[in-house]
Design a protein around this ligand. Structure first.
Ligand SMILES: Cc1ncc(COP(=O)(O)O)c(C=O)c1O
Length: 386
């Protein structure tokens, strides 16, 4: 079993340099700042907000993202995220969850059983999924998932299948049309604030176009977002018809990571998550060092920042190669003459920013939450599995 999972409590009150490695460190005050900023933006705009639970998957972060009941709905990528957040339903802080992947056959019995405990809404992007719902014997509120350019899940607004699906939902006994949902995950590729703002306006225009295909003027929710476009939500200037309510969803925003910094809309200091590793060996002959955080911890995700992770206090040094448990630190800045032996010592700790916090967090069974002085003030245990 994972060492940090078994022993996390004994580290409360200790400095991060005493942590077992690799470990995941969360800065509580940066998390709070990031969440407060988004809550302030959506409340100024008067739109509603639905956090996605996929990044840190814990009760503590869910409570913070919901503003302790100010916002009352979530989107979940897995069943454990729904089950894990049920204590908040019991506390009267949470009302409903969207299952965040278009519904598939084997999950329907599990979702049906959970409906006794929380209202569950679904995403659909195919008439075949409606046929699956018919065999569930229940009626579900559904959002039509549209594709606004990411080419992951969803139907493009110019697809004839979108109009067919809308008609099929309107005619279905098993599905009530609640809204339109898009997720701009291709906004992670933006590199300037202007391009992120353009993508935000595009998302709104696309959900509005899909909503305009609905034959009645029934109330509809249009749910937009991804963390890059959520970061610029204060630039929103789109008007929607009176029957359409705008909702923002986002998941990564409390932690951020190098991918978010690369979009140009937040700074490097908005990152709330670091990985702590040991310097295992130093190789002056190749000007590299070995650490005990490899691909399982850091992933092979890319951004404007080179490699697989950035050393926090040595701006020219990154994790340049990874295998399962091994990471190699190297100097990535040309014409910089820094000697590995002067910067990294065997037995010391190294702290890294990661490319994609959702994937890095998934490698850990316990997170260490720290204050401004890097003292562990708490531990969070994530919901694992599918
Ligand atoms: C369907 C869906 N909605 C919302 C999100 C949240 O996106 P982000 O983590 O960029 O905020 C995701 C993330 O992958 C998603 O898959």
């Amino acid at each position: 079993m994972d060492y940090a999972f078994e022993h996390h409590k004994i580290y409360i009150g200790r400095h991060v340099r005493e942590l077992p490695t690799p470990s995941l460190i969360i800065n509580k005050s940066i998390i709070a700042q990031n969440i407060n900023k988004l809550h302030d933006d959506v409340s100024r705009l008067g739109i509603s907000f639905r956090p996605h639970l996929k990044t840190l998957k814990t009760l503590e972060i869910t409570r913070l993202m919901l503003g302790n009941g100010l916002y009352r709905k979530v989107v979940c990528s897995t069943i454990p995220e729904i089950v894990g957040s049920l204590p908040l339903v019991k506390e009267g802080l949470l009302d409903e969850a969207i299952f965040g992947m278009p519904v598939y056959k084997s999950v329907i019995p599990r979702l049906t059983a959970l409906r006794k405990e929380i209202k569950i809404d679904l995403l659909v992007d195919s008439c075949d999924q409606l046929a699956l719902l018919e065999s569930s014997g229940a009626t579900w509120d559904v959002f039509i998932k549209i594709d606004v350019g990411a080419r992951r899940a969803g139907l493009a607004t110019n697809s004839p299948r979108l109009k067919e699906l809308l008609q099929a939902v309107e005619a279905s006994q098993s599905a009530n049309l609640k809204g339109i949902y898009c997720h701009a995950n291709h906004s992670y590729g933006c590199r300037t604030e202007e391009s992120v703002v353009e993508m935000l306006q595009h998302e709104v225009a696309e959900v509005a176009a899909a909503a305009s295909f609905v034959s009645t003027t029934r109330p509809l929710i249009v749910s937009i977002g991804a963390t890059p476009t959520a970061h610029v939500i204060d630039r929103l200037n789109e008007k929607l018809p009176p029957n359409v309510t705008l909702e923002l969803h986002a998941g990564n925003f409390p932690t951020n990571d190098l991918q978010q910094v690369s979009t140009g809309v937040i700074s490097i200091n908005h990152q709330a998550i670091r990985v702590c590793a040991d310097v295992v060996s130093v190789y002056p002959e190749r000007n590299e060092a070995l650490i005990n955080a490899g691909v399982i911890v850091l992933a092979r995700e890319a951004s404007e920042y080179p490699g697989h992770g950035k050393v926090v206090d040595q701006q020219h040094w990154d994790v340049i190669r990874v295998s399962q448990e091994h990471g190699i630190l190297g100097c990535t800045k040309q014409n910089v003459d820094e000697k590995v032996g002067n910067l990294f010592k065997v037995g010391e700790k190294v702290f890294l920013w990661c490319q994609h916090s959702c994937i890095t967090a998934a490698a850990f069974y316990a997170y260490f939450v720290v204050d401004e002085n890097d003292i562990v003030i708490g531990t969070w245990i994530p919901w694992k599995g599918w």
